[in-house]
Unconditional design. Structure first.
Length: 142
């Protein structure tokens, strides 16, 4: 069994890892390439380094995101979690199935990695994040 974590808002991938409403955890059977279960959890308040550690504590082995800052990515990878960036705003189940089938590969990170927290401005880019994308230190300042 493998758990795939997807930051979500309104049931679809939220493009901004650090400021999503919730995470959906999709349990998959890699051998049978099928989804077994999924559950949604509200993450702890955003602080540098908190989300990667929380995801590992929840059992995530893969994280599928639209974008994330370099620091969060490095921490997740150091903790043994595979990170897939540049995912489309699909449902967590669609993304998990695509990953299982080998058709979901990392593309350009939607976050451009500033990570300095000094670029928090409104987005309005159609990312479907429910207004929870503010760029506070995760490098998501478009």
């Amino acid at each position: 069994m493998l758990k795939i974590a997807v930051p979500t808002a309104s049931g679809r991938l939220c493009a901004h890892f650090g400021h999503c409403e919730e995470f959906t955890f999709v349990e998959v059977d890699e051998a049978e390439k099928r989804v077994i279960n999924q559950e949604t959890q509200v993450p702890p308040p955003h602080e540098p380094g908190v989300l990667p550690r929380w995801l590992v504590a929840q059992g995530a082995g893969v994280v599928i995101v639209g974008g994330m800052g370099a620091g969060a990515r490095q921490l997740l990878e150091a903790l043994g979690v595979q990170v897939v960036t540049g995912a489309a705003p699909d449902t967590p189940e669609q993304l998990a199935v695509s990953w299982l089938n080998g058709t979901l590969v990392s593309r350009e990170n939607d976050c451009h990695g500033h990570g300095d927290g000094g670029h928090g401005h409104g987005h309005g880019h159609g990312h479907g994040c429910g207004g929870h994308c503010h760029g506070h230190g995760q490098g998501c300042g478009h």
